[in-house]
Ligand binder design. Structure first.
Ligand SMILES: *[C@@H]1O[C@H](CO)[C@@H](O)[C@H](O)[C@H]1NC(C)=O
Ligand SMILES: *[C@@H]1O[C@H](CO)[C@@H](O)[C@H](O)[C@H]1NC(C)=O
Ligand SMILES: *[C@@H]1O[C@H](CO)[C@@H](O)[C@H](O)[C@H]1NC(C)=O
Ligand SMILES: *[C@@H]1O[C@H](CO)[C@@H](O)[C@H](O)[C@H]1NC(C)=O
Length: 318
């Protein structure tokens, strides 16, 4: 009885283990268990993305990656599309990994990994490309601003994807602007405007536009400092404004006068020298031509006259 029971038990457990093995084998080798596994990938434009496709159980069936336009990129380790940015990282029966470098916004889309069983099994992976926002620019700044004027400060950043977030700060305190987002191609242009009536207390206040985005480790910031001129004292406050164009005029006139005076002086000096040289030659010529009559007058007037007199005296003495 005991032996019979034991035999039945052994047979039973043997059957169970056989079934178990068969079950796992069918799971592993059967087409149901042969399935490509992929992951969505997110990359910043200009960066590189690895697209990985794995198959846990594969009876040497080929894997393939294709792009959103349904073009085959790699069939196993064979490159199928001429694009130097796409290269093979790893190819085995269990894995096909490719790398797309210098990714652009247009590379975004659904990539497909196919396993060529019968029928073909596919899995999709979405490649998300993030666009880096440009440095913010503030426009609408009038320098200086007049008290009670209504001004609109606009901060613009383009190229972000998804759309960047713009925040405004008045000194360190956040203020609310009105946002406007436009799609330009695949990226976005974000604009935030701040409209307010200029107050005396705005003088020297820093208005900062901050751009936040997933691609930035720290926000991009641009700051402008407001200069407010009071309307109560139009004299002293508007004077530098109205004197602005006059000041340079005075300087200009002064400069022109100085240049004219300088040129005149130069001309006088040059003319004087020229005339002196010519006079000199004339005088010598005259002196040589007629020594007697005209030179007698000059001889008397000039200091040389003494010399002449001395000579005359000498003549007398001899
Ligand atoms: C892609 O894979 C290669 C090789 O495994 C690795 O060196 C590289 O860092 C990976 N790049 C990215 C962006 O994951
Ligand atoms: C798969 O390929 C390897 C070598 O590439 C070979 O050794 C193996 O027998 C193949 N397996 C099947 C199931 O075809
Ligand atoms: C991958 O991205 C697509 C499209 O954005 C989405 O529908 C899907 O749920 C994502 N899959 C995973 C596993 O995150
Ligand atoms: C968005 O488009 C509208 C209409 O085309 C235009 O008036 C506006 O200036 C644009 N805004 C930005 C932020 O580019």
């Amino acid at each position: 009885m005991i032996v019979k029971q034991r035999l039945i038990f052994i047979l039973y457990s043997l059957c169970a283990s056989v079934f178990r093995v068969a079950a796992t084998k069918s799971k592993g080798k059967g087409s149901q268990g042969q399935f490509p596994i992929t992951q969505n990938v997110t990359v910043v434009e200009g960066g590189a993305a690895n697209m990985t496709c794995r198959v846990d159980y594969n009876d040497n069936t080929s894997l393939q990656w294709s792009n959103p336009a349904q073009q085959t990129l790699f069939f196993g380790d064979k490159k199928a599309l001429r694009d130097h940015r796409i290269e093979l990282v790893r190819a085995s029966w269990q894995e096909l990994t490719i790398r797309i470098s210098d990714v652009s916004l247009s590379d975004e889309g659904t990539y497909t990994c196919s396993l060529f069983t019968m029928p073909v099994k596919t899995t999709k992976a979405f490649l998300t490309v993030l666009g880096v926002p440009g440095r913010p620019e503030i426009t609408g700044f009038t320098k200086p601003a007049k008290e009670d004027d209504v001004i609109t400060l606009t901060c613009t950043t383009s190229g972000s994807k998804p759309a960047a977030n713009i925040r405004w700060f008045r000194n360190d305190k956040e203020v609310q602007g009105s946002k406007e987002v436009n799609a330009t191609g695949k990226s976005f242009t974000v604009r935030s405007s701040l409209q307010f009536q200029v107050d005396k207390r705005d003088d020297g206040v820093a208005y900062t536009c901050s751009v936040e985005h997933a691609t930035l480790s720290s926000p991009y910031m641009t700051t402008e400092v407001l200069e407010v001129h009071s309307k109560d004292f139009p004299g002293p406050t508007t004077d530098p404004n109205s004197l602005g164009p006059h000041g340079p005029d005075h300087a200009l006139i002064g400069g022109v006068v100085a240049v004219v005076v300088f040129i005149t002086l130069c001309l006088i000096i040059v003319l004087g020298r020229y005339l002196a040289r010519h006079k000199g030659t004339y005088l010598t010529h005259e002196a040589k031509g007629a020594e007697d009559a005209p030179d007698a007058d000059t001889a008397i007037i000039n200091a040389e006259g003494n010399h002449v007199h001395a000579e005359e005296k000498k003549e007398y003495f001899i």
